[in-house]
Write a protein that binds this ligand. Structure first.
Ligand code: HEC
Length: 209
């Protein structure tokens, strides 16, 4: 009696990399199709023998879909939406697009939370050129001095606090972040639409002070 209990309990050992012996794995390994994994080898995991399917435990492919894919390709012309269900920004990357961008309305209010987030994003993506306060005096704009020789690495960075820029709309800023302008590169692929709006809010805030 004592010996059988000891053997029984020894089987319960698990820890570190050893997960222990599984009893009835079908109970906890999902047999549903998992969209992001696709194992076409019918024998994979045969040692767990999935009785009903007559294939290994890990076999996980949908035989009814093309190429036995679990996740089907979306139909043609499907458009990915942003986090908020927004459609991607489709303003054209030209002067007309820039002009029309003035009509866009920032979906966010200037709440402390939005401005805080805008500040973090601005400091990540813009500050090195435009400066902490938007004065156009970031480290990249100022250039560096090596062996007494000035290297101006990025000329003409806009002073966003200057009178010429004080009146630009948030839509204009959003558009410029998306596509860049002149010597400024595009940031649309790095910064999500949502974050671009938050940066625009923060730039407006910088311009006030
Ligand atoms: C590599 C340096 C650099 C970075 C990074 C950068 N900018 Fe610029 N930005 C410039 C330069 C240079 C100009 C002037 C463009 C021109 O008129 O040729 C400019 C111009 C602008 C303008 C004025 C556009 C206009 O209508 O004339 C805005 C607004 C602006 N940047 C916002 C931003 C924001 C917001 C970020 C961060 C997401 C950012 N920039 C990141 C260099 C940069």
């Amino acid at each position: 009696m004592g010996a059988s209990a000891a053997i029984f309990l020894a089987g319960c050992k698990a820890g570190g990399d050893y997960q222990g012996t599984e009893y009835a794995p079908n109970m906890y390994h999902s047999v549903a199709y998992e969209s992001l994994s696709q194992i076409t080898d019918q024998d994979a995991g045969w040692y767990f023998n999935a009785l009903d399917a007559r294939s290994g435990e890990f076999y996980n492919s949908n035989p009814y879909n093309p190429y036995k894919m679990n996740l089907r390709q979306p139909p043609k012309h499907v458009v990915k939406r942003e986090t908020h269900g927004w459609l991607p920004y489709r303003g054209a990357n030209d002067t007309t697009g820039l002009r029309l961008a003035n009509r866009l309305v920032n979906p966010f209010e200037a709440t402390p939370a939005i401005l805080d987030r805008g500040k973090v994003l601005y400091e990540t993506y813009c500050k090195h050129c435009h400066g902490a306060k938007g004065g156009g005096d970031g480290k990249v704009a100022q250039g560096v001095k090596i062996d007494d020789v000035e290297h101006s690495s990025y000329p003409g960075v806009a002073n966003l606090r200057g009178d010429a820029y004080k009146k630009i709309t948030e839509g204009h800023i959003f558009h410029v972040i998306t596509y860049g302008k002149g010597l400024m590169g595009a940031h649309g692929s790095q910064v999500s639409e949502e974050d671009r709006w938050k940066i625009a809010k923060y730039v407006k805030e910088l311009q006030k002070n």
